[in-house]
Design a protein. Structure first.
Ligand code: ATP
Length: 461
């Protein structure tokens, strides 16, 4: 089982252009990260793999892409204005702030001894802004703290424009923002991130069964893309851990922190799958109400529609229940990076290899000339690269900036499944060497057979 720690991943990501500290040119901005040339490919591949499986390969899902800025009332009636808070504490000695559940009072303080912590108080995690040229309280908006609310308020739009029947779902991928008190652990906890969320609408009474199905579907998505089952756990939240509106929640936890001695603490959330009942559609409905954890009831006086579905079988308008699989793109990307990281010893040297699933690899094929100043070899290699990129649609690169051994290592380290080497024999018989990242085995393949040969091995045939 791979147990690479974050430090190695952070250094690889910076060195090879996966992920850089945000605003590093000006000393950085905490809780933000920029995805570089390889990172953007990897992250896009994670999102495509999710969209393909969750939207295209199912018959019960529609997609959506909502605005990040929403009418403030959306986040009022969702409850976020009232309760989207984390408990914050200050240390009276070092003046630093912490999330109460993430600081150990016995922890060493930079000013000596242990922390002297204040009582926890709520801190709202939403970023505030103003919409339009006047900067006052009448035009406050928030950067959305999750993509989900945009789905709920479009429930009726999607229903009316698609003629869907419950059960069906709406999927969305997009940015979310949370002013985390202590962003940390690389891209695990950041202030700007992406989510891949589904709101799956079902008839009340069928919700438990659908919840169980979604937990399985989502677990399988990770393992089928290469996550080792030993590094992924299902955690069923205990009644006292549940959000007050949730009937049940199962979290998928990945082993993000293998260096921790307590095994349970090695795992943390990559995705949550919640049964949210009819809470959200009720609180956003005309005539509906938001019920807060402390019992306060906020009647909805602004919504223009009732978010119901007409069930022709029973001739009744019902408010569907919602199952919500909510995943973080950045955390999933980190999990795939960590899980695929391997160090092998080859001929006495360490070979770093990312054994990424080919669907996720930033680059599918690297075309390498054995001699970089031989006109015939270079021309053929560049032609092969162009063909594979344009005709097959695989992200391909041409590289001649080092000797062949070094070029192979570079591609191994970024997870490229196949390297193609063009050599002198190529000029005689139009064949090339195809080298496999995982086995390092090489086979000779005719150039005109490359698209079919590689499609089969990449699993896209
Ligand atoms: P946590 O308890 O770790 O703060 P959460 O339970 O508040 O997370 P959700 O609101 O359930 O998270 O969000 C769904 C998913 O969005 C999470 O499983 C995670 O993958 C991702 N996510 C949430 N907050 C962050 C963050 N600050 N940085 C990166 N990803 C995040």
């Amino acid at each position: 089982m791979s147990t690479v720690d974050l430090e190695k991943i952070i250094s690889l990501c910076k060195r090879r252009g996966f992920i850089f500290q945000g605003s590093s040119q000006y000393g950085g901005l905490q809780g933000t990260w920029d995805y570089g040339p390889l990172g953007v490919e990897l992250k896009n591949n994670v999102k495509h793999a999710w969209w393909r499986r969750m939207v295209y390969e199912r018959d019960d899902m529609e997609g959506l892409d909502c605005a990040i800025l929403m009418n403030r009332l959306v986040l009022k009636y969702s409850g976020h204005e009232y309760t989207f808070t984390d408990p914050m504490v200050d240390c009276r000695k070092c003046k630093r702030r912490y999330r109460a559940d993430q600081v150990d009072p016995g922890e060493k303080c930079a000013e000596g001894g242990t922390h002297d912590l204040t009582e926890p108080r709520p801190f709202n995690l939403m970023f505030k802004t103003t919409v339009g040229p006047v900067d006052d309280d009448s035009n406050i908006a928030y950067l959305r703290p999750e993509t989900a609310q945009g789905i709920f308020i479009n429930f009726k739009n999607v229903l009316d424009s698609t003629n869907r029947k419950v059960p069906f779902g709406i999927a969305q991928i997009g940015k979310a923002y949370r002013n985390e008190i202590t962003p940390k652990n690389f891209i695990f906890r950041v202030r700007e991130f992406e989510q891949m969320e589904i709101e799956f609408f079902v008839k009340p009474g069928t919700d438990d069964e659908w919840h169980a199905r979604w937990v399985e579907d989502r677990y399988n998505w990770y393992t089928q893309l290469g996550i080792q089952p030993g590094n992924l756990r299902k955690y069923v939240q205990k009644p006292d851990e549940l959000a007050h509106y949730a009937k049940a929640t199962t979290d998928l936890l990945y082993r993000f922190f293998p260096e921790r001695s307590d095994e349970n603490k090695q795992f943390d959330e990559v995705e949550g799958i919640a049964n949210r009942t009819d809470f959200d559609l009720t609180c956003h409905s005309k005539g509906g109400k938001l019920v807060l954890k402390d019992g306060r009831v906020i009647p909805n006086e602004h919504a223009v529609n009732r978010l119901t579905w007409f069930d022709h079988q029973t001739n009744q308008h019902i408010i569907p229940y919602v199952i919500e699989p909510s995943a973080g793109v950045d955390r999933a990307t980190l999990a795939f990076l960590m899980d695929s990281y391997h160090e092998d010893i080859v001929e006495g040297e360490t070979r770093v290899v990312l054994r990424l699933h080919p669907d996720l690899s930033p680059i599918k094929v690297a075309v390498l000339p054995l001699k970089k100043n031989h006109e015939g070899i270079v021309k053929t290699a560049k032609e092969i690269k162009q063909t594979l990129q344009k005709k097959c649609g695989w992200r391909s690169v041409y590289d001649d900036t080092a000797g062949i051994g070094k070029l192979y290592r570079r591609q191994d380290e970024i997870g490229t499944p196949f390297c193609i080497t063009v050599d002198f024999q190529t000029l005689e018989d139009s064949t090339v060497t195809v080298r496999d990242r995982d086995t390092m085995a090489q086979v000779r393949v005719a150039i005109d057979q490359l698209p079919t040969h590689l499609a089969e091995r990449l699993g896209t045939a």
